[in-house]
Write a protein that binds this ligand. Structure first.
Ligand code: NAD
Length: 333
């Protein structure tokens, strides 16, 4: 069975790998997926294994990754479950070393592990902030730093960082949106620094995907998960709710040779239900120059009619967001 990109489906075993596969066909490569015990990470690990990768399944507890590993092994693939907290340097380094010694040098890394600690700013604790920053941002940094020498040595590497549509801003997610926006800047820097060593780095910013994470959001809001999904689906043009397998399919493409041949690096893609979208590169929109430098008065006089502003579409939705939050929805998922 082939999907629309011509890739073998997750059930395809090694013998069925087609030469049109988006992944490696001539040589098994090793990938690490963090937070791969469930949700998007588990689907991605299984999909990568079907595409010919041996997979290091990293999650908080080794035991929790066993189910993903069993799925991969029973389909004829190779995988190892490793317990590690991605925000802890020693655990990250030990986990990467274990994957490399059991499966081989790491060629691909998917930084997927994530948590949410949603709260409006005035209620957000230091711990809410630090936990989210540490898992998403520091975790991705530690993982990338730990694998990069193996990628450079192989002159081949693929990094995908899980961002989110919440990077655009989302009520109640000051911590999460900052971390997810930070991951986009981090990804672009990796693309710049590691490109000459055959390493690409891209970010995936999913919209609403049905997982335990979104189920927890629904529960926190006191909304039935079915109703919550329905509300999310209604905001997507083709009314198809996002599944972990959609994200996995995009990750597989981003790890492929075809993506690199097409110059795909430093990019951010959204996948949400039926939608696949590329984000604009952040850039300066309008500039003005003052040969003698700018004073506050000069800026106040000059800025409004020249450099101006770039309207933030979401600002016009604040009232709708507040209404949706009261009704238990998540308007910009
Ligand atoms: P999930 O909660 O279902 O799974 C997250 C996994 O990460 C869990 O297995 C958890 O144990 C693991 N994890 C958490 N902290 C960890 C740590 N410190 N070290 C190692 N593992 C850790 O979440 P999901 O919905 O599958 O989300 C996966 C990623 O996608 C996250 O980065 C999330 O922010 C992002 N994302 C999800 C959605 C969505 O709608 N579900 C949307 C946008 C982005």
């Amino acid at each position: 069975m082939a999907d629309s990109s011509g890739n073998p489906g997750p059930s395809a075993g090694a013998a069925e790998r087609s030469p049109r596969s988006s992944g490696p066909v001539s040589k098994e490569r090793v990938a690490i997926v963090t937070g791969a015990a469930r949700g998007i990470g588990a689907a991605t690990a299984v999909r990568l294994a079907a595409d010919g990768y041996a997979v290091g399944v990293i999650d908080l507890a080794e035991e929790s990754g066993k189910e993903t590993v069993d799925k991969i092994v029973s389909a004829g693939g190779r995988a190892v479950a490793v317990g590690a907290d991605v925000s802890d340097r020693a655990q990250v380094e030990a986990a990467v070393a274990r994957v490399a010694s059991e499966l081989g040098p790491v060629a691909a890394l998917v930084n997927n592990a994530g948590v949410i600690r949603d709260n409006m700013l005035f209620k957000m604790t230091d711990d809410d902030w630090d936990t989210v920053m540490n898992v998403h941002l520091k975790g991705a940094f530690l993982m990338c730093r730990a694998v990069q020498s193996q990628m450079v040595e192989q002159k081949f590497g693929r990094i995908v960082n899980l961002s989110s549509s919440s990077a655009l801003g989302n009520r109640g997610q000051a911590n999460y949106s900052a971390a997810k926006a930070g991951l986009q800047g981090f990804t672009k820097t990796l693309a710049l620094e590691l490109g000459k060593f055959g390493v690409t780095a891209n970010a995936v910013a999913p919209g609403f995907i049905v997982t335990d994470m979104t189920a927890a959001t629904a529960e926190r809001m006191g909304v039935d998960f079915e109703t919550f999904q329905q509300a999310a689906t209604e905001r997507i043009a083709v009314r198809r709710v996002g599944r972990p397998e959609d994200v996995a399919a995009l990750v597989v493409y981003l790890l492929s040779d075809r993506a690199r041949e097409g110059g795909v690096t430093g990019q951010v893609y959204t996948i949400a239900g039926a939608k696949l979208a590329v984000w604009a590169q952040p850039r300066e929109l309008r500039a003005a120059y003052a040969s003698g430098g700018w004073s506050a008065e000069k800026i106040a006089e000059f800025l409004p009619g020249s450099v101006g502003t770039d309207p933030m579409p979401m600002l016009t939705q604040v009232a709708a967001m507040e209404k949706a939050a009261r009704g238990g929805e998540r308007p910009n998922a």
